[in-house]
Design a protein around this ligand. Structure first.
Ligand SMILES: Nc1ncnc2c1ncn2[C@@H]1O[C@H](COP(=O)(O)OP(=O)(O)OP(=O)(O)O)[C@@H](O)[C@H]1O
Ligand SMILES: [Mg+2]
Length: 421
């Protein structure tokens, strides 16, 4: 039996029984914004004009498959919902449609000049703005329309500006509590993951708010809750290394990963603002790594700032000369906001710990600020707080970020859905 939430029913009434060119559901994660679309999309496609194209856009083709096409196929069977071909075409409900990633403009440039009868958009705030501008200019046929969803971002985001414009828009906001189909335990866990952070406002309450002030609020409010005097058992360790520049210091972190990826603990640290020549720097790295091995920590790899290839080679050679068999790899250096959110979730769920003697780490997590002058979420990096230690800390865990988050989310999600918010 198919049942809809009151919010979903309201959206259906306002977007199907009434016509608006732009139909937007935004708000909290897992709040039921997309589910309704598994029923809207077939309706739209069957009723779309035949003299225009049908286009589905997601952040990438992969996320579009995962968030939209896979669930559609489960409901409507592979007979009605095909797979995206190499030519970006997909058969949906008897019509040939296009499915594209919208994170870069070049991916949709092929569609320039084509008029659209219907467009669907997943994760709109993650798109390139140029793609959205192109979409606006193509959705020009009488009766053509767009359905889309997103999670809120900062209030100056281009899509928020569009939502506030006088275009023919119906928009509906969702909070996590608008989805009665979620297990209350799952909702509680999700709330805990984001408590005290900007993501709570965005992903739980569904609000467009700026990232301001202290970043790791729950750590800053009560560092003692995260500090341990004795290391918990760890499965293995990694080291993160950030080389200093003119203003910044050298930072190195030894991190333990708990068995089953259950948590992360900062076991040891060093931070130096001294001007070191290459030999001194290498000796400093070797001494730190040796100290960890001597303490019995099974360090399996070192992730070092990939912008400094010469220094990485130097460290590699020095470790080899000292007969320390730990490989030095390039840090992944993914988006900083992803790394920040990872530590916030760890802290929110009680999965981050730090040894008491790691004073730089404790200080760095306590004082890190959002940069209020930037519109995009940006960590303040003007030399007044120690970002080097945070970089090194993040390099040490970036490789396992996805795995650990999946573990946390799977642990709490009764629906078995592995999508990370
Ligand atoms: N009417 C419904 N009946 C049954 N299950 C539902 C219904 N609405 C939503 N759900 C379930 O709730 C979960 C979240 O719904 P949905 O994917 O629509 O959320 P969302 O708001 O799009 O989340 P996100 O922002 O993370 O993409 C899914 O597992 C979905 O199957
Ligand atoms: Mg969704």
């Amino acid at each position: 039996m198919i049942n809809f939430s009151p919010k979903q029913k309201e959206v259906w009434r306002n977007t199907i029984l009434q016509h608006h060119r732009w139909n937007i559901s935004y708000g909290a994660v897992r709040s039921g914004k997309t589910y309704l679309d598994y029923f809207k999309i077939p309706y739209r496609i069957r009723n779309a004009r035949t003299d225009g194209l049908i286009l589905l856009l997601g952040n990438t083709k992969g996320t579009l498959e995962r968030n939209i096409l896979d669930p559609l196929r489960q409901i409507w069977t592979p007979l009605l919902v095909g797979h995206i071909g190499s030519n970006n075409k997909v058969q949906l409900f008897g019509r040939e449609c296009y499915a594209l990633g919208a994170d870069k403009i070049n991916q949709v440039s092929k569609l320039q000049g084509a008029g659209l009868a219907y467009a669907y958009g997943d994760e709109v705030t993650t798109w390139s703005e140029d793609v959205f501008q192109m979409l606006k200019s193509r959705l020009d046929k009488p009766g053509s329309c767009f359905d889309g969803t997103c999670n809120p971002d900062h209030p100056q985001h281009w899509f928020k500006k569009f939502l506030d414009s006088n275009a023919d828009i119906y928009s509906m906001s969702f909070t996590i509590d608008d989805n009665p189909f979620l297990d209350p335990v799952f909702i509680e866990n999700l709330k805990r993951e984001y408590q005290g952070t900007v993501y709570y406002d965005r992903f739980i309450l569904g609000r467009w708010v700026a990232a301001q002030g202290i970043i790791y609020r729950i750590f800053a409010d009560n560092p003692e809750a995260f500090i341990v005097d004795k290391a918990p058992p760890v499965a293995f360790c990694t080291i993160g290394l950030d080389f200093g520049g003119s203003k910044s210091g050298h930072a190195i972190q030894c991190t333990g990963i708990e068995p089953g990826f259950h948590g992360v603990v900062t076991l040891d640290e060093d931070y130096s603002k001294k001007e070191m020549d290459p030999d001194q720097l290498n000796a400093w790295v070797v001494a730190f790594v040796k100290k960890q091995l001597k303490a019995g920590y099974r360090v399996i790899e070192i992730f070092a700032d990939s912008a400094e290839q010469v220094l990485i080679r130097g460290a590699r050679n020095a470790l080899a000369k000292a007969r320390v068999g730990v490989p030095v790899r390039n840090a992944i250096k993914g988006p900083v906001v992803d790394r920040i959110r990872f530590y916030m979730v760890l802290m929110g769920t009680g999965r981050y710990k730090v040894m008491r003697h790691c004073v730089h780490t404790i200080e760095a997590f306590s004082t890190a600020l959002w940069d209020d002058k930037k519109l995009e979420d940006t960590r303040l990096d003007d030399g007044t707080t120690n970002i080097d230690t945070l970089d090194a800390q993040e390099y040490s865990t970036e490789k396992y970020q996805r795995q650990i988050l999946d573990m946390i989310i799977l642990g709490g999600d009764a629906s078995g859905n592995t999508k990370a918010p």
